[in-house]
Design a protein around this ligand. Structure first.
Ligand SMILES: C[S@@+](CC[C@H](N)C(=O)[O-])C[C@H]1O[C@@H](n2cnc3c(N)ncnc32)[C@H](O)[C@@H]1O
Length: 446
């Protein structure tokens, strides 16, 4: 699925979605320093743009034709950390986000914010815009510590999908959460050399010392040192301050589940701010994975189910003679060939194609008849007949691969070169299992 990220900051949300298998086409933010960090960590374009200018932003995004827009409009005006005045300007960016989504109308959108947004009129306004466009909405508050992040950070998530009923993903989001919170020790194992650390409390009525055997409190945009006169609080879990220090910028980025090698550059103040602003990478991945699960692409579970349902073959056209008289009404699977298998597809001698681990439901698989390999940076050209589709393993093609790495395996036979040369098309990995007919491909309607 092709995605554009708005208010991308240094890229927490982007990275999580990328890890969940989404293709990020472009990202937008107007903060130079965050744009620089983003640029240093991703291959796709990041564009410095004032997103309050809805009209010119829409022109920019239209070029990418995304299936999904994701974004976390700035939340200072709603968050308990800053002044709570939703009418002082920045709260409006939630409405700008909604207007941009409404103008582009991608199939999906995801909006992230602080949970306090639930109490604001701006959310009511944004919701109305989404509903007028025909989006079904799922709204929830997720605690990151149940979603693969060692941090008790609550965030509002709204997922929109055109034509759905409201609440369509509530079950999936509920069921996929862990049964217990993740602690810092759970996440880091022996890679962290402290047992307790200092985190500046908002008021001295609260404790400042935390243990690695609990989730971290919310990582904020400012990391203050421990004042020399800090007095132990009754609920601090230590009796002495010896050896106690605040977490480093890098440690805080890793609690936000950025990888250790994510390249942060800039002043310490700016880096801390963009780290504190970010959606934890694993929380973003959790949301991305949940959408995939909702779409029925939550494998390897599905592939095992398919194996049970179809112990032999899912599709068998094995007896059919390869026929160059084409049936344009038949369905075609158009699917990416990974670089390690590409040679056989370039000369038409391939006999087997296997999918990645993620693919949609079995119902559609029954309809598949033709196969067209999609070659990266080139497109499609050749047509094959799917002789047999079955569950197999990557090991069949790559003896080094694990035998339990189950894949959908297509036994294929070359029919003909359909186009004079490779033709670039928009690869729609979810639709191609259900909706791509040969007619659409020939008439360029895919
Ligand atoms: C909550 S942060 C987003 C964090 C990001 N989603 C992540 O996961 O790393 C909000 C971002 O909005 C950006 N922003 C604020 N006002 C903006 C504007 N008018 N146009 C574009 N970006 C803006 C800020 O620079 C900041 O990076």
């Amino acid at each position: 699925m092709k995605v554009v990220d708005l208010f991308c900051g240094c890229g927490g949300l982007s990275l999580g979605f990328q890890k969940a298998g989404y293709e990020i086409l472009a990202a937008f933010d107007n903060w130079e320093e965050a744009v620089t960090v983003y640029h240093n960590n991703f291959d796709h374009p990041v564009i410095k743009q004032d997103l309050s200018d809805v009209e010119s932003t829409v022109v920019e995004i239209e070029k990418y034709r995304p299936d999904m827009i994701i974004g976390g409009p700035p939340c200072q005006d709603f968050s308990s950390a800053g002044k709570r005045n939703e009418n002082n300007g920045r709260g409006d960016l939630t409405v700008s986000y909604a207007k941009i989504v409404a103008a582009i109308k991608p199939e999906w959108f995801v909006m992230e914010n602080v949970d306090r947004i639930l109490k604001t009129g701006k959310l009511v306004e944004a919701r109305e815009i989404f509903k007028d466009c025909g989006y079904g909405l799922t709204e929830t508050v997720l605690n990151a510590s149940f979603c693969g992040v060692p941090q008790r950070r609550k965030r509002f998530i709204m997922i929109g999908h055109l034509g759905e009923n409201d609440g369509f993903m509530a079950d999936v989001l509920e069921k996929r959460q862990a049964s217990k919170e993740m602690t810092i020790a759970d996440y880091f194992g022996n890679q962290i050399d402290i047992k307790y650390y200092y985190r500046h409390p908002r008021s001295y009525a609260r404790r400042g010392i935390f243990s690695v055997n609990e989730p971290s409190p919310t990582i904020r945009g400012v990391n203050r040192p421990m004042p020399s006169g800090y007095q132990l609080h009754p609920t601090d879990p230590v009796t002495t301050l010896e050896g106690i220090r605040p977490l480093t910028t890098r440690e805080r980025s890793m609690i936000q589940t950025f990888p250790k090698d994510f390249k942060f550059i800039g002043t310490k103040t700016d880096m801390e701010q963009m780290i504190g602003n970010a959606v934890p990478v694993n929380l973003a991945k959790f949301v991305g994975d949940s959408i995939m699960a909702y779409l029925g692409v939550d494998n390897p579970i599905n592939v095992v189910d398919i194996k049970k349902e179809f112990p032999a073959e899912i599709v068998n056209h094995g007896s059919e003679v390869v026929d160059s008289n084409l049936d344009n009404g038949k369905n075609v699977l158009v699917s990416l060939v990974k670089s390690d298998n590409v040679d056989l597809f370039l000369d038409g001698s391939a006999k087997v194609y296997y999918t990645g681990k993620k693919f949609p439901s079995t119902v559609a698989l029954n309809k598949l008849y033709y196969f067209m390999p999609y070659i990266k940076k080139q497109g499609i050209r050749d047509l094959y007949l799917i002789k047999i589709a079955r569950v197999g393993s990557k090991h069949e093609v790559h003896p080094d691969a694990d035998e339990n790495d189950l894949r959908l395996v297509f036994e294929v036979e070359f029919i003909k070169q359909l186009f004079d040369d490779y033709k670039p098309i928009r690869l729609k990995i979810w639709d191609t299992f259900t909706d791509t007919t040969l007619e659409k491909i020939i008439n360029n309607q895919n």
